[in-house]
Ligand binder design. Structure first.
Ligand code: SAH
Length: 219
């Protein structure tokens, strides 16, 4: 990337306003809010979005995919209740923004992307040195990462047609999964807890709109 990156006074000001909007919308986890306040979201977008990068909206990132809306990132991160050094599996690397928020909160993030072109962009990821705790994988999120399991937390950032059974298998006992599952044209945010007897408890939250979680890899 040849683009000159600058986190200006204006960008910082817009980011503070975004954090206030997230508070107004009900986000209360201070660790999530401070991670969002610390991460220049405009670095994750094409320079054409520089002035609007702190609007609470999703934006295109190429290959028909989007960077999630900040409210959605904050909402999922809050439900995930991440603690420092926990192992988190993320499905849908996309722009790496969500992964960066989790890494900023101290998690060890294992993120999978199925689109080769988006996966390849991680080589130019601006915060590679700052977040050595993010590991990138090219693959099908429905398969997870059995070689790195078990995970404390699993976060799916695409619209899941169902709860992927292999990802449940890769969770620790007591672990959590935050997943938007298709429900009448939108997605219901669910939080699944794996109980000591191996059974699952499910909590249902608000409706969201995600790009689809697709089977298999894309060259
Ligand atoms: N977390 C991302 C959101 C990206 S949108 C961010 O912060 O920017 C969802 C992403 O999930 C897309 O990049 C899409 O290609 C990817 N995706 C969809 N189905 C997938 C699957 N089965 N495995 C891995 N990634 C998948």
């Amino acid at each position: 990337m040849t683009r000159k990156l600058e986190d200006s006074y204006q960008h910082k000001g817009m980011r503070k306003q975004l954090v206030q909007q997230l508070r107004d919308k009900g986000i209360t986890d201070e660790n999530v809010l401070s991670a969002i306040n610390n991460i220049p979201r405009h670095y994750f977008l094409d320079s054409a979005f520089d002035k609007i990068a702190y609007e609470d909206r999703a934006f295109p990132i190429g290959e028909g995919q989007t960077i999630s809306q900040p409210y959605t990132v904050a909402y999922q991160s809050q439900l995930l209740n991440v603690k420092p050094s926990e192992k988190v599996l993320e499905i849908g690397t996309g722009s790496v923004y969500q992964a960066s928020v989790l890494a900023e909160m101290g998690a060890r993030v294992f993120t999978i992307e199925r689109q080769k072109k988006l996966y390849d962009k991680h080589k130019d990821f601006v915060f590679r040195a700052k977040y050595p705790n993010i590991k990138f994988f090219y693959g099908d999120g429905f398969e997870g990462l059995p070689a790195y399991a078990p995970f404390d937390k699993v976060i799916i950032t695409a619209a899941a047609p169902f709860i992927p059974p292999k990802l449940i298998d890769q969770m620790k006992t007591g672990g959590l999964m935050v997943i938007p599952v298709d429900s009448d044209g939108a997605q219901r945010m669910l939080r699944i807890t794996k109980l000591p007897d191996g059974s699952l408890s499910e909590e249902a939250f608000d409706l969201f709109s995600f790009v689809p979680m697709l089977q298999g890899k894309n060259e």
